[in-house]
Design a protein around this ligand. Structure first.
Ligand code: ZN
Length: 1078
């Protein structure tokens, strides 16, 4: 093995082609920072007050809960009796001006551990020579993922280890050959009896027989172990990584990658780039490359790297839970990194918004644009303005200043908040955002205490809390009129298929009970939301359900080109008043169309009708559209099949994701203007151009649900769960949100199911508790370590009862001129949310292979910058990861294997689009789960305990023949049963004697009276309650065909449709990092 990896690295070279993050890659370069955005240079703050004085002010009744000292801030000096310290201004605040040395930070900080050297055993080292030869790697009975390759018909035979093909890496100079890190790593011994394809095809492996002397591996370094004391940076790997480098002669980027998978990489030109190219996956001629499926190339028994040695998400989750689970997180410290999104903790608002509302990619911004550019860590916040709060956390206080409305800075219009500093005896205040000094309105005057804090500090949420609401005055209402309560219109496609499948009846029956549960204002007896009903196929039917009618009346509009609403009075009604007529209608609808043979539908006119109805009623609201086919009837917005798999993996692939413009574009604008949100429930049996049909949803805060080949018996309950959740969601309408920042940086880009009419106002026809907007920030100027960076997110919206309100979320971040502070304060879950959204948006404009390249490059760049600037010196061969980002590569690799980015012709275009659009509106919790599913072992859990078993890593290796696992990612849920599952377990769960007796498409568990059955069903039902969407439980037996579906969620393994294993990816990234550092 070559020693060259140990050679001292030449100076760090920053400029790498294609490294420019999004600049170079994701389309148009971002506009230059606009200096002086806030007009004029930042003014200096007044000197901090001489010192915080203990001045307990008792909290008024009904006010925020008594301060509780944070378990997280023990190291921070307390300056008063109150842990709750909101400095009059950030500048003046002692606690805010010193970087928090919280437990968090400490933990996240220098906590760089030297991971060892397990990479060593990864050892591709059969060619390594001499002393570097590695000892036999740890082996386990669990199989490695086998090679994925072609040979058809090789189905069920066990793999034959072939000494020959072992660790063949790529032959050197051949580009296509150099791609092979995947090989050796993945070729572990097959599980006994597992079908992984036939005999290894040597020639097909990674480029042929290895060339002597080319070793990728190297021996582990004795004494280096994972558990070694933390050093700066987490280091993985060792010399063998050096060896890896040698396996990729020639370098990098657009070049042939070290990343292609055996069998796949060699087939076509498009596979040439490591990430740019199609990464493995089913190639033409290699259908279904999938372990366990026919077509696996048998790999030789491999020495393998102990997977436990590389950073794992489950471990990170478990550790964070152990540290912070069940504790209180007080938001009184600037720049404090919250516990992970996967940890259950209680938030106490003490001056900054709860992480449930805002999470950030880093809680310490670099002071300068140069530093930001240097590290390439995106600076972004993920804002979920309507996030649900657990019952033990106080709902937001509503502040009512009567006719005068909220107090705002004259210059930047920021709302009164804890970051305003009162001066001049309380007569004036200095804005924390723009530094402007404002007069305090007379009605708002209050004296200051010794700490220069208003004596009513604890009585006013807007002075002491991070999040609260203001009642908006008429100035904030359309036409200066108070809004009407919003309305829900249910619009049901009654064409032939929907009637025949029983869907229409299912919906009508459900609405009878569901409408009783419309969301209502806290304390209100009934919901103020009005309801209306439309059915349609080629024409639209409106219903008059006025309470005074004995029978509902139908009005038909067949002129779909000029949509209008034929009735005003009686169309949108109060459900309570019209219950009898509505019941009557819902009973009649399925019968009315029972004999229909109309199979064509319109679509755009349906949405148009909804908008017109809201316009006429002067209200906002939501359309619930239940639709099953492409709208082909002659009408505006008529669509035709434009699906074209030939575009996949070409520069024109983006066309598949782009919506048709014209009618739908205008419709989106109309909807947003009217505050009309569109939720789409799709029941397709084939392609229906979801990109276009769902376009309106994706701009109006809507959701898209999709049930392929819907059948009432197997999918009915799944759909109804979604519908129930959707109707009952906490939601606001006709919203407009603005994110203000303190001087020096500003929001520049926005990702979400929103509409941007200009560069600052985020228009949201509706926003519910699961929708998040990701906001990216750029520097305008230099940020100050003393004052930090402040955000204020203000959302003006209409409540479900028709009140106009302003919801305010404030957050203060640290700033540092040390990159180490930034890395310490990074949040991987948020970073990956940002990357997912930015890449998914870029899919509309760029070939996905470019995107993958950019993602990998930026990953390498962020980590290389850490290595260069923050980590303590170590061998170049070691992979050093910042503790806060140690599992970032797992997520990134998983992201690149998601349907929108994978470029496989096997994935339906509509499915890819659906995922793309769903993710654009997701918050951190949802993207985390989507990109790293929860895999829970159920076979050895304690059925009497309350808890849920700890998740295991998403890899085939974690499965066992006799095991039972539950996997879920927020969209899909599987119960996987090993082929050797004990009969009593099967009996207890399914009431059948063995696996063989299980019905093919079982999708639910029978209610059996035994502890295991109860426990499993309760775990499943808790998960279903917790997630925003329903998931259909799919039961798969090991080695059955449907198991393929399940395996694509084992994201640490090689992708089913292409994409590297985590281990390979890590090695590849490491190589890229090393190149950046040389
Ligand atoms: Zn201001």
């Amino acid at each position: 093995m070559s020693q060259q990896g140990y050679v001292a690295a030449p100076p760090y070279s920053q400029a790498q082609p294609g490294m420019g993050g999004y600049q170079g890659g994701f389309g148009a370069a971002p506009a230059q920072p606009l200096y002086g955005h806030y007009g004029g240079p930042p003014q200096s703050f007044n000197a901090p007050p001489p010192g915080m004085v203990k001045s307990p002010v008792s909290a008024a009744a009904g006010m925020p809960p008594p301060p509780v000292s944070s378990p997280y801030n023990s190291n921070v000096q307390q300056n008063g009796a109150h842990p709750q310290r909101y400095p009059p201004s950030p500048a003046a605040s002692a606690p805010y001006s010193q970087p928090p040395h919280s437990v968090y930070n400490n933990m996240a900080s220098s906590a760089t551990q030297q991971l060892t050297n397990q990479m060593t055993s990864m050892n591709l080292g059969s060619y390594a020579s001499g002393p570097m030869q590695s000892p036999p790697p740890p082996t386990s009975s669990v199989a490695q993922q086998p090679f994925q390759t072609p040979p058809p018909g090789m189905g069920q035979q066990p793999m034959h280890p072939s000494p020959q093909s072992t660790r063949m890496l790529s032959p050197p100079q051949s580009p296509s050959a150099s791609m092979s890190m995947g090989g050796p790593l993945m070729g572990g011994p097959p599980m006994a009896g597992q079908s992984m394809g036939g005999p290894p095809m040597v020639g097909q492996s990674m480029g042929g027989p290895p060339m002597a002397g080319q070793s990728m591996g190297s021996p582990p370094m004795a004494g280096q172990s994972m558990g070694s004391p933390p050093m700066a940076g987490q280091s993985m790997g060792g010399p063998q990584m050096a060896g890896m480098g040698t396996a990729f002669p020639g370098s990098p980027p657009p070049g042939p990658g070290g990343f292609l998978q055996p069998g796949s990489g060699l087939t076509g030109p498009q596979q040439a780039g490591q990430f740019g190219g199609h990464m493995s996956g089913p190639q033409p001629g290699f259908p279904g490359a999938f372990p366990g499926a026919p077509g696996g190339l048998a790999g030789p028994p491999q020495k393998k790297l102990d997977p436990d040695s590389i950073p794992g998400i489950t471990q990170v989750i478990v550790e964070d839970r152990a540290k912070f689970g069940g504790q209180i997180f007080s938001t009184n410290i600037r720049g404090q990194v919250p516990p992970l999104i996967t940890t259950d903790f209680t938030v106490q608002d003490q001056g900054n918004a709860s992480p449930r509302f805002i999470r950030c990619t880093t809680y310490s911004l670099p002071c300068t644009a140069d530093l930001a550019k240097q590290c390439q860590v995106p600076l972004a916040s993920i804002i979920k303005p309507f996030a649900s709060l657990p019952k033990n956390e106080a709902p937001l206080y509503v502040v009512n200043h009567g006719d005068t409305g909220p107090v705002r800075c004259n210059r930047c219009k920021a709302y009164m908040c804890p970051y305003m500093q009162f001066i001049d005896g309380g007569r004036r205040y200095q804005c924390g955002f723009c530094n402007c000094v404002n007069e305090v309105p007379v009605f708002y005057f209050q004296h200051l205490d010794h700490m220069c804090r208003r004596v009513d500090f604890y009585e006013r949420p807007e002075l002491s809390l991070g999040s609260y609401e203001f009642v908006a005055t008429l100035d904030y209402c359309k036409n200066n009129k108070p809004p009407n309560p919003p309305a829900f219109i249910f619009m049901i496609d009654v064409s032939y298929n929907n009637i025949k499948s029983g869907l229409v009846k299912l919906i009508c029956d459900e609405l009878k009970t569901l409408l009783e549960k419309l969301p209502r204002e806290e304390g209100a007896e009934s919901s103020a939301i009005k309801v209306g009903f439309v059915t349609y196929n080629k024409v639209l039917h409106f219903y008059n359900v006025k309470s005074s009618l004995a029978q509902p009346q139908m009005m038909v509009v067949s002129d779909t080109a000029e949509m209008f609403v034929p009735l005003l009075d009686g169309f949108l009604v109060n459900y309570q008043d019209s219950r009898a007529v509505i019941y009557n209608l819902l009973d009649q609808i399925p019968d009315m169309f029972a004999d229909t043979n109309e199979s064509e539908t319109v679509f755009a006119p349906v949405i148009q009708a909804g908008v017109e109805a809201f316009k006429a009623a002067e209200c906002s609201g939501k359309l619930f559209i239940f639709h099953s086919s492409m709208p082909t009837a002659e009408a505006p917005g008529k669509l035709k099949n434009r699906d074209d798999k030939k575009l996949v993996n070409t520069d024109k692939e983006k066309i598949l994701f782009q919506p048709q413009k014209g009618v739908y574009e205008q419709l989106s604008k109309d909807c947003v203007t009217q505050g009309c949100c569109v939720d789409l429930f799709l029941f397709p049996s084939q392609y229906l151009d979801l990109a276009t049909m769902a376009d309106v949803c994706s701009h109006t805060g809507g959701s898209v649900y999709k049930y392929n080949n819907f059948q009432v018996e197997t999918d009915g309950e799944h759909f109804l769960r979604d519908l129930r959740k959707d109707v009952q969601k906490n939601i606001g309408f006709d919203g407009i949100m603005r994110v203000r920042t303190s001087t020096g940086f500003r929001a520049t880009d926005f990702f979400g199911a929103v509409h941007m009419n200009n560069t600052t106002d985020i228009e949201m026809a509706a926003v519910d508790c699961d929708k998040a907007v990701t906001v990216e920030f750029k520097h305008d100027d230099t940020l100050s370590e003393d004052t930090g960076a402040l955000l204020q997110c203000a959302l003006l919206y209409t409540t479900i009862s028709g009140q106009r309100r302003l919801r305010i979320h404030n957050l203060s971040l640290n700033c540092s001129s040390q990159l180490s502070e930034l890395y310490k304060s990074c949040e991987t879950d948020s970073l990956i949310n940002f990357f997912a959204k930015s890449a998914y948006r870029a899919v509309l404009n760029q070939p996905i292979k470019n995107l993958r390249e950019i993602l990998v490059n930026q990953t390498a760049h962020m980590l290389a910058c850490y290595r260069k600037n923050c980590a303590s010196p170590s061998a170049a061969s070691q992979l050093i990861l910042p503790d806060s980002m140690k599992v970032f590569p797992v997520y990134m690799n998983s992201l690149m294997k998601t349907a929108p980015l994978v470029g496989s012709t096997e994935l339906p275009t509509d499915d890819r689009t659906h995922q793309r659009l769903s993710v654009m509106a997701m918050g951190v919790e949802d993207t985390q789960l989507l990109l790293y599913p929860r895999l829970l072992p159920l076979h050895n859990m304690d059925v009497s305990s309350e808890g849920v078993p700890a998740p295991v890593r998403c890899s085939e290796e974690r499965l066992t023949d006799s095991g039972t696992f539950l996997l879920e990612n927020g969209n899909s849920m599987f119960l996987w049963l090993g082929q050797a599952s004990p009969p009593d377990l099967i009996q207890n769960l399914f009431n059948v004697p063995s696996l063989a007796h299980l019905q093919g498409n079982t999708s639910s568990l029978p209610e059996l009276d035994n502890p295991l059955s109860k426990k499993v069903r309760s775990i499943i039902s808790d998960l279903l309650d917790k997630r925003p969407n329903s998931m259909k439980l799919q039961i798969v037996r090991q080695r059955d065909k449907p198991e393929m579906m399940f395996r694509q969620f084992l994201v640490e393994d090689k992708g089913l449709h292409g994409g590297a294993s985590y281990m390979d990816f890590l090695c590849y990234v490491h190589r890229e990092i090393r190149q950046l550092l040389t």
